[in-house]
Write a protein that binds this ligand. Structure first.
Ligand SMILES: Cc1cc2nc3c(=O)[nH]c(=O)nc-3n(C[C@H](O)[C@H](O)[C@H](O)COP(=O)(O)O)c2cc1C
Length: 467
């Protein structure tokens, strides 16, 4: 029996997320991103299509690396304006029963206590359908927005994120013991004070007393996603992530990174099969392959090249503006996203030229896997990539919203279902159980958060826990 393939929809609470310029296409609906009904309609569509989750990206600053100016990003609506992603979730949850919500929140600017509380609240309100994409943020402007004179260096951002997560685990997993909530009407006792603990964390970056303000939610810790591709990012992912979002444009590169993450996870004492690995995929599908290729060419004609470059330069830290197209772009480390910087250097030790990089960055679907064809052709590509890369699934990047998702649901999902690669019904349970099976509502014991839960319990059994 072939494994089912995981599918998320990749979105952002903004006008233009990845396919810049396409918001102006007559068939595009993104202009409605400020309306609640845009999000509730999308959630209903995705649940009809039996998606695992809606994955929401987020940034906290404006893309201003390209030519040292924010104008191309602002003019093209390139992830600016951008509204808060978390606030859309309760409304979508009210209109769905099973769809998960994986939301990007940065560890670099807002301290962990309030964040842990917000995610516990969402996990309650969604009955356990929340995930957190842990990001460290790569835009220098974001640092300035939160009172920092400069962005924290790349690897140090991950060190800080490690401590951030430790604080969250202690709040989510340790602070309220199982059985702390009594809800005893007769004795008028809601909770047992002996089972609610301070965390008293005093660390390098954070001091948090606790206890957590929320009672345990269905998953305690939300499903943890991570999307860093640098060596330090992969080490972080191997320690914390349950789902890793790899960026790559070749099956060989994706397989290599997937194997690296699984090996790093095993070295940290985790079961490598307990991690789901995904990458981004764009699909243009139509009744026939010729029709789909025609549609892709038509969509490409709507691309805002300056907008695409604004995003690539901000993500990678390479400013391509005004540079000689024939010059080589030698890969080098920046404090932005190192995964993005390496994307087009795959198999090119001397690096591609500036011109090749700019053309790739500005083409629809070149920073992701891309399948253009009939439903059968698209399903063949998807199955082939799963085989070649060892990945578990995909984040679907729309060119038209919600048209790309509608086409996928109506044309590709039935084909994958026929092949036994796509669920036909949801199983009951939390987001984590959808991904890892019935009974897996909480972090497993081999995860650092699961170990904190178990450690808290064993310390208490030994009578050593602070009250
Ligand atoms: C597919 C993908 C999606 C990402 N989504 C976000 C996001 O929504 N917000 C964000 O701040 N960073 C996002 N990132 C950036 C990463 O979380 C990470 O901060 C960045 O890639 C730098 O880390 P790295 O050098 O380890 O790759 C994403 C990265 C990838 C590859």
């Amino acid at each position: 029996m072939p494994e089912r393939i995981i599918f998320n929809a990749f979105e952002m609470n903004c006008l233009a997320h990845m396919a810049h310029g396409l918001w102006a296409h007559p068939a595009d609906n993104r202009r409605r991103y400020t309306e609640l009904s845009y999000w509730t309609d999308l959630a209903e569509l995705l649940e009809r299509g039996r998606f695992d989750a809606l994955f929401l990206a987020d940034v906290l600053g404006v893309y201003d690396t390209y030519g040292g100016s924010r104008d191309p990003a602002v003019a093209g609506g390139v992830q600016v304006p951008a509204n808060d992603p978390l606030l859309t979730v309760p409304a979508m949850a009210a209109r769905t029963e099973h769809l998960g919500f994986a939301v990007s929140v940065s560890t670099s600017y807002e301290p962990p206590f309030g964040h842990a509380r917000r995610l516990s609240t969402l996990d309650h309100l969604t009955r356990g359908r929340v995930g957190w994409n842990v990001v460290t943020s790569y835009l220098p402007g974001a640092a300035r927005n939160f009172g920092h004179s400069r962005m924290t260096p790349h690897d140090e951002r991950y060190d800080r994120a490690d401590e951030y997560l430790e604080v969250c685990y202690r709040l989510w997993e340790e602070s309220w013991e199982d059985g702390a909530v009594l809800a005893d009407r007769e004795r008028q006792r809601y909770a047992d004070p002996a089972k609610v603990h301070a965390v008293d964390h005093a660390g390098t970056w954070f001091d948090v007393a606790g206890p957590h303000l929320c009672e345990p939610s269905p998953q305690r810790t939300p499903v943890l996603y991570q999307a860093g591709n640098s060596p330090r990012g992969r080490e972080f992912a191997a320690r914390h992530a349950e789902c890793v979002f790899l960026s790559g444009v070749t099956p060989e590169g994706l397989r290599r990174d997937a194997e690296d993450i699984r090996a790093r996870a095993a070295a940290q004492g985790r079961d490598p099969r307990g991690i789901r690995l995904l990458t981004s995929l764009a699909v243009v599908v139509a009744g026939t392959g010729a029709e789909a290729r025609h549609r892709y060419a038509e969509l490409q004609g709507w691309v805002d090249r300056e907008g695409m470059l604004a995003q690539f330069c901000g993500t990678s830290g390479f400013d391509l503006h005004g540079r000689d197209r024939a010059a080589p772009l030698v890969p080098h480390r920046t404090d932005h996203g190192q995964g993005a910087a390496a994307l087009f250097a795959e198999g090119r030790p001397d690096g591609p030229t500036v011109g090749e990089t700019a053309d790739n960055a500005a083409a629809l679907g070149r920073t992701t896997l891309l399948a253009v064809g009939s439903p059968g052709e698209v399903a063949d590509r998807i199955e082939g990539w799963v085989e070649e890369t060892g990945l578990d699934g995909f984040n679907l990047v729309p060119f038209l919203a919600p048209g790309s998702f509608t086409d996928f649901v109506d044309l590709v999902v039935p084909e994958l279902q026929r092949r036994g690669r796509y669920r036909t019904e949801y199983e009951p349970g939390t987001f984590r159980e959808q991904l890892f099976g019935p009974g897996a509502a909480l972090l497993p014991a081999d995860h650092p958060g699961g170990r904190i839960r178990a450690g808290g319990a064993s310390a208490r059994t030994a009578g050593a826990a602070p009250g």
